[in-house]
Design a binder for this molecule. Structure first.
Ligand code: FMN
Length: 172
């Protein structure tokens, strides 16, 4: 069977934390946000909200407030993803929207990485995030500095997928 482009994107995509200075077009930014909007959510609740940041000083401030995402200071833009934590599955929904955005970006030659470590309180105050919304994380996007040559480091399928019962080998 021929590999679809979706298969190709899923299998090649890596999280990248180094970005070139090249600008991402406004159209690409909007398409990436729109890919997030297209994600399914529990009960089609669509409670996620996205904040786009692309001013240099905003990206620097985001980096300053982050613990494990200092690299975002070099990104071309970032998207902060908010969810309504009243929904038990809100972080699953966030994950689906984030994945859509990252895969859409990759298919356009734009790399990205997610960050989940930051000073939540400071981020909330700075971005005027309402108290009913949780911060699921932010994603930094941009063009890569150089061609990405990397391999995914993943456990073998047999180690994580079973057949019929937990622990049973995946065999036809
Ligand atoms: C839920 C989640 C949280 C993550 N948080 C961070 C983070 O705070 N900072 C960071 O640099 N990378 C973060 N990452 C990126 C992971 O380190 C990365 O997905 C993993 O190493 C696999 O990278 P690869 O797809 O390039 O192989 C996070 C990834 C996930 C899925």
């Amino acid at each position: 069977m021929a590999l679809t482009s979706v298969t190709n994107v899923i299998r090649t995509k890596l999280d990248v934390r180094n970005f070139s200075q090249k600008d991402v077009s406004w159209e690409d930014k909007v398409s990436i946000l729109d890919a997030g909007r297209m994600a399914g959510s529990g009960m089609n609740s669509q409670h996620w909200r996205f904040i786009l940041l692309d001013k240099r000083e905003d990206l620097q401030k985001l980096a300053d407030l982050s613990i494990t995402g200092k690299w975002v200071s070099g990104a071309n833009f970032a998207v902060v993803v908010l969810t309504d934590s009243r929904y038990a599955w809100h972080l699953l929904d966030a994950g689906r929207a984030i994945t859509n955005m990252m895969l859409e970006a990759w298919s356009r030659g734009i790399v990205s990485c997610i960050c989940t470590g930051y000073n939540e309180e400071a981020l909330r105050n700075w971005l005027k995030i309402p108290p009913n919304l949780a911060i699921a994380g932010f994603i930094g996007f941009g063009y890569p500095v150089k061609r990405i040559i990397g391999r995914k480091n993943r456990l073998p399928l047999e180690q994580i997928a079973y057949y019929g019962r937990f622990g049973e080998p995946l065999r036809k």
